[in-house]
Design a binder for this molecule. Structure first.
Ligand code: MEV
Length: 311
């Protein structure tokens, strides 16, 4: 029996979520501790069988909320010029869904990689991005593309819409704690809510968006200089702007506050917001442990320690 595997890791947006949709730059990291694994097997017979935490059954009966995944499989097979029959596709993921950790992009990336590997075809990054972008439109509406870029990159990225992705220099290791609020965020509606506000109060929204872009520039320099104090300070300022944009909530503000009180140098929501995750920059792993404990005390469902290496 032929078996192939496709994998993709999670991503973390350090700074620039939401403003990136309006053309501002953003910085994102690969978050390799959690990932999606797709296993493709031939089982004979007709059709495609899907086995996933959210749905088991034929691709034809796939529920509406998984439409993007079904479409991604069909489109990939079309590109591969393969008949869609006799396949068993298993999706396993340790990335919690809807927490701003790029689970939808990672699932699509792992699916495309798994199918290309199953049919022994070489996959170009641009081909991967075209296929994943389609799936991301089902999940997010108008994605900037940062999630799929970060979830398919081994290194930190500097991302701006319609521009080549650049690398980000990291002057010293930076330690983070990521905390999951345990609540599903809705990136689609968070992005839309800013769009609606933009139509009503363009000046106010534009001010925050421009400031977030400027903060991303400053964070890039502070990362290169290996200056955690400065990065932390900018992350705090970014959280304030995201709050003004209306994508934080009491729960996320509480976690951000708990991280700062426990000694974090800075903390902010990460991803779409309104649920999902926060990240906190800490001096070292020892402070990280303290901050992680405080976050659990404050109600976080789970935490991860994460270090971005010098590069
Ligand atoms: C979601 O991870 C990031 C957002 O900026 C949306 C996007 O860029 O597509 C909120």
């Amino acid at each position: 029996q032929k078996v192939a595997v496709g994998r993709a890791h999670s991503k973390l947006i350090l700074i620039g979520e939401h403003s990136v949709v309006y053309g501002q730059p953003a910085i994102a990291f690969p978050f390799k501790q959690i990932e999606v694994k797709v296993t493709v097997k031939n089982i004979g017979g007709n059709g495609i069988q899907i086995e996933s935490p959210f749905y088991q059954g034929s691709i034809e009966q796939i529920p509406e909320k998984m439409e993007g995944i079904g479409d991604c499989i069909i489109q990939t097979l079309k590109v591969l010029e393969k008949r869609s029959s006799g396949l068993h596709i298993q999706i396993a993921s340790s990335i919690p869904i809807g927490r701003g950790l790029g689970s939808s992009a990672a699932i699509a990336i792992a699916l495309v990689r798994g199918l290309f590997s199953f049919f022994n075809q070489k996959l170009k990054h641009s081909q991967l991005m075209t296929l994943v972008e389609r799936a991301e439109k089902f999940a997010h509406g108008t994605p900037s593309g940062i999630d799929m870029m970060a979830a398919s990159s081994a290194n930190p990225i500097w991302f701006q819409k319609q521009q080549e992705v650049e690398s980000v220099k990291i002057g010293a290791p930076f330690h983070f704690v990521v905390a999951d609020s345990g609540r599903v965020g809705d990136t689609y509606s968070a992005v839309k809510s800013i769009r609606d506000k933009y139509e009503m109060k363009p000046e106010q929204i534009e001010e925050s968006i421009i400031l977030l872009g400027k903060l991303a520039q400053e964070v890039r320099l502070a990362l290169a200089a290996g200056n955690p104090q400065q990065v932390g300070d900018k992350l705090n300022q970014a959280h304030q702007q995201l709050s003004l944009l209306g994508v934080s909530d009491l729960g996320l503000d509480g976690l951000v506050e708990a991280a700062r009180t426990a000694g974090a140098l800075g903390a902010k929501l990460t991803g779409g917001g309104r649920g999902g995750c926060i990240l906190a920059l800490v001096k070292n792993e020892i402070t990280g442990k303290k901050v992680a404990d405080a976050l659990i005390q404050a109600g976080a469902a789970q935490t991860w320690q994460y270090t971005i290496a010098k590069c």
